[in-house]
Each structure stands twice: as C-alpha cells, then as structure tokens.
Ligand binder design. Structure first.
Ligand SMILES: [Zn+2]
Length: 213
C-alpha cells in the first residue's frame, strides 16, 4: 500500500511528494522542490521520522520549481534524479530560468542519473508506479500511476479544475488535452490525483467538471 505525503514548497507553491510503501518503507521523492533551508529540513525530518529509505528521486517534468531541491536530495540520499529525456535540456538553463522568475537564491543544477519513459515500471516495495507520458505542458511531462492503489501523480498535466499551462517552450495545448483524454480520463473514475500544484482531485471529478473538456 502506497502512502503519499504532500509538501508545498518554494515561491511557486509547488507540491513536493514523498511516495512510499508502508510495509517496506521504500520511498520516492517526486518533484523535489525545496528551495530554502527550512524546506529541506522539513522534508528530511519527515523522511527520518518515518525511517524511509529513499530509493528514487523522480521528476514529472523539469520546470524549475519542480527541481530546486534535486542537487540537495541527490547529495543527501545518494540517488540521482530521473526524468523523461525530452525535458533534460531544462536542467541546463535552470540558473537563467531562476533569474527570469526573480529567484535570488543560487540554484544548483543537478544532472539526471537516468531516464523514465512511457511504460516504465518503478517498484517501491510491493507497489508499482507506471510511467504515463503526457507531453504538452512541457515536452517531457510524465504522470506516475499506481493501479493497485488508485493513485495518479499528475505533475503539471492535470489540476483540480484546470490543466497545465502550454505557453512555455515545449507547450502544446492540443497535444496536452488529447493526452489527458486518451491516457488519464480512461483511468478508473475513483483514481486519486495528486497534481503538481493545488489540491488533490479524482479522475471522475475532472471528467465531470474540468472546464477545459
Ligand atoms: Zn511545470
């Protein structure tokens, strides 16, 4: 059984998730967005208090607010981040992205240790996260789906009542909306959705009420 702990970090109010198997305590940090020392301490305290073993550092995509904490987490836990290869170039311009968005802190870029792609299966104890590629918010946006526990980690693909912005490089509105229709709205309606920003929702609620569809 997977548990998901949601932190809200950095000036973009980004959801950093710790996803872990309750039996084996194997954990993945997804979209490690801690920017400030207090945020890093808060994340570390949760991992320590629950005796979690960080096995993966995963990114749904590599917009700056989702990777602020990657260099710290890689050093702290000895795991390198993995993301879709189509977003890899977003690591190179992290510093210029931070300047454009007015982030005065020095942000250290962390190269990937490997890729994730459509159909990959990531094991956390007895649970499996399947990678679903849904580009259009960024070129390499992916969602992580646990069929067994009915959990979808949606990144910035799908929000409660909204979808990811498509005006940044790699953005494509038609690609994003068709991907959501074909790959996410076909999941069981009671699937719990953890977006990259804002509150959780369900697939059923978004099918019924998301204004973009
Ligand atoms: Zn984003």
């Amino acid at each position: 059984m997977l548990s998901v702990k949601n932190f809200v970090f950095n000036p973009f109010m980004e959801n950093t998730l710790v996803v872990y198997d309750e039996t084996t305590l194997e954990a993945a940090i997804v979209d490690c967005g801690c920017l400030y020392e207090t945020e890093r301490r808060e994340l570390k305290k949760f991992i320590d208090d629950n005796r979690l073993k960080v096995k993966y550092l995963l990114n749904t995509h590599l917009h700056l607010d989702h990777q602020f904490g990657n260099a710290w987490a890689a050093a702290e836990y000895g795991v390198l981040p993995r993301a879709d290869r189509n977003d890899e170039k977003l690591i190179d311009n992290l510093t210029s992205q931070a300047m454009i968005f007015g982030i005065p802190e020095r942000v250290e870029a962390q190269p990937l240790g490997g890729y994730i792609a459509e159909g990959d299966e990531i094991k956390l104890g007895n649970a499996t996260l399947s990678v679903i590629s849904v580009p259009g918010h960024s070129a390499g946006s992916v969602c992580l789906y646990c069929a067994q526990d009915g959990i979808l980690i949606a990144g910035d693909v799908l929000f409660a009542g909204s979808i990811g912005r498509t005006d940044l490089p790699g953005g494509d509105f038609d690609l994003l909306t068709s991907g959501i229709r074909q790959k996410l709205f076909t999941l069981p309606p009671d699937t719990k959705v953890y977006p990259g920003h804002g509150p959780t929702t369900t697939i059923g609620r978004e099918i019924e009420s998301n204004p973009f569809f």
